[in-house]
Design a protein around this ligand. Structure first.
Ligand code: MN
Length: 254
């Protein structure tokens, strides 16, 4: 099993190391990660600057590890097209420090890197931990992620998909199990904090707290808050097939 491992928190993120250590029991891992944190980069690409690639030593028995002066999508693309000798069997991204559920998956660099694998027909997995503290223990989440990944591979599930895993940040003994979910619905009470720099100029910083709008048990965020590891299958095709059918008559004579 050849595995490409990426993330968006950067090459030195503890979640990346924890996941690499687990994945090394499962296959040959090559790490390609941004040289600094690039969270919320989505699928953005670096076009106006060159990409610098640096092979680095890594605190897990991986084949190779590369730090790239680009985005998570740059990393996955470079890994798949240039840095790996062969096409991997699996693309994995994470473990992100912070959940990637509901509408947040659109902004996530973690999920985006996994989508680069799915775009190429490779089975891909994104993993996130439901905490914003990088000092938390990522090893429990890494073990649960590997349990999910083993199952996905053994059952030979549909490739060209992203299996988006979110793990609650609670002790292992309190995790209730794995739940298959759909993306949930939250409302952000979004605000921009207005501040002043030392020179008196104003600046803004986004902040916001999500409010759960759909509390159905099958939603990712509801499952994680209830203590389950959430697995949501995502597909690259965003076409709304129901609308495609209902719109057909309106456009028939257009
Ligand atoms: Mn991140």
């Amino acid at each position: 099993m050849r595995i490409l491992l990426c993330n968006d928190d950067g090459i030195y993120a503890p979640g990346l190391t924890a996941l690499a250590k687990e994945l090394c029991c499962f296959g040959q891992v090559t790490v390609v990660a941004p040289d600094a944190e690039r969270s919320a980069a989505s699928n953005s690409l670096t076009l106006a600057h060159p990409l610098r690639v640096r092979e680095v030593s890594f605190p897990a028995p991986v084949e190779k590890a590369f730090a790239i002066s680009g985005t998570p999508a740059d990393c996955a693309k470079m890994g798949l097209s240039t840095l790996l000798d062969e096409k991997p069997d699996l693309v994995v991204s994470g473990i992100n420090c912070g959940p990637n559920m509901c509408v947040d998956i659109f902004y996530s660099g973690t999920v985006a890197a996994a989508f680069e694998g799915a775009f190429r027909g490779i089975r891909s997995v994104s993993v996130s931990l439901d905490t914003y503290s990088s000092k938390e223990d990522f090893s429990t989440a890494a073990r649960w992620a590997l349990r999910c990944i083993r199952l996905l591979v053994e059952k030979n599930v549909e490739p060209a998909r992203v299996y988006n895993i979110n793990v609650p940040c609670i002790p292992d003994s309190e995790i209730k199990g794995i739940k298959l979910t759909r993306t949930g619905k939250i409302d952000y009470r979004e605000e921009y904090d207005h501040r002043r720099d030392p020179y008196g100029r104003s600046y803004y910083w986004i902040k916001g707290s999500p409010e759960i709008v759909d509390s159905s048990a099958e939603c990712d965020i509801v499952a994680v808050k209830a203590g389950y590891v959430s697995v949501t299958p995502l597909q690259p095709d965003l076409t709304d097939f129901a609308s495609l059918n209902s719109l057909a008559e309106h456009f028939a004579k257009a």
